[in-house]
Design a binder for this molecule. Structure first.
Ligand SMILES: [Zn+2]
Length: 279
């Protein structure tokens, strides 16, 4: 599933490819993918893409037509991709939406999604606000250490579940939650409100560092993630703990990595990530 780093990688290609362009055609092949609010998809034809942003794992297109502004919010679900025309050969079967663009570096953008868990929402300003308030917590890359501290400190549940909770922190999925907790040397079942100040600081630093590093490597190409130009991410080569059950812990502690089944698989080192709150 594309998580924050993969979505950020997509965005960094969409911006130079699409920003400022005009949607000349909006072709919907599967209408069950589109969730229409007050807008119909016809409205967007002739509108100008004035902004491309991210909320958690979703991408938001800001579209302007005269004085009217509306939005396209795209979820990628488990397997969704945005692909430029040059990268779409072989993907034809599961293209559900195509945008034709004028005055753009890229003349065409496809929304591809074989498992169809993602949805594309057409929203007016108020609908977008309601949608994002209801669904998305704070962005891990833009939150301060103080905000993070306050949020974690009020969490009685397990940290792993907290990191995955999109209503609290938006954008982290199972790959990065595991990598972040190992990097910070914190057991996935530790309760948020039991973290020491030092552990809290490590968790914040690791969260920022792992997500930024993953973006630099183009994200993780698990389940065939591709950027819009078709390129693969490389961060899967740098996963330290995710799906490494039975391999030696890279810290040299002579322990093998274990797997815990909770709401999602947790991979951890029982020596380096002790289940105590005072370290
Ligand atoms: Zn270890």
């Amino acid at each position: 599933m594309p998580e924050l780093p993969e979505v950020e990688v997509i965005l960094r290609q969409l911006r130079p490819g699409l920003q400022g362009s005009t949607i000349s055609h909006f072709h919907v092949k599967r209408s069950d993918i589109i969730q229409i609010g007050l807008s119909s998809h016809q409205w967007y034809i002739g509108s100008r893409i004035s902004g491309l942003d991210r909320q958690g794992k979703s991408i938001i297109f800001t579209c302007q037509k005269g004085k009217d502004t509306r939005y396209i919010l795209a979820e990628l679900g488990m397997t969704g991709l945005f692909l430029f025309r040059s990268a779409s050969t072989g993907y034809e079967k599961h293209i559900h939406i195509t945008f034709m663009l004028e005055n753009a570096k890229e003349p065409m953008l496809h929304y591809w999604n074989p498992r169809r868990f993602g949805r594309v929402y057409l929203l007016e300003e108020k609908e977008l606000q309601q949608f994002t308030q209801r669904r998305f917590g704070v962005d891990p890359l833009s939150m301060t250490h103080q905000d993070f501290h306050a949020l974690v400190h009020n969490t009685r549940g397990r940290l792993k579940a907290f990191l995955l909770n999109q209503h609290k922190i938006a954008g982290i999925g199972n790959i990065y939650a595991n990598e972040i907790l190992y990097d910070a040397r914190i057991h996935p079942n530790t309760q948020g409100n039991q973290l020491s100040k030092a552990a809290m600081a490590r968790l914040y630093t690791s969260m920022q560092a792992i997500l930024q590093k993953a973006i630099q490597f183009g994200g993780s190409s698990i389940r065939d993630f591709r950027a819009p130009d078709g390129s693969r991410g490389q961060f899967q080569e740098h996963h330290i703990i995710y799906q490494k059950t039975g391999t030696p812990c890279p810290s040299g502690c002579s322990t093998t990595i274990q797997r815990l089944i909770t709401e999602r698989s947790s991979f951890y080192c029982p020596t380096c990530q002790k289940h105590v709150s005072s370290h």
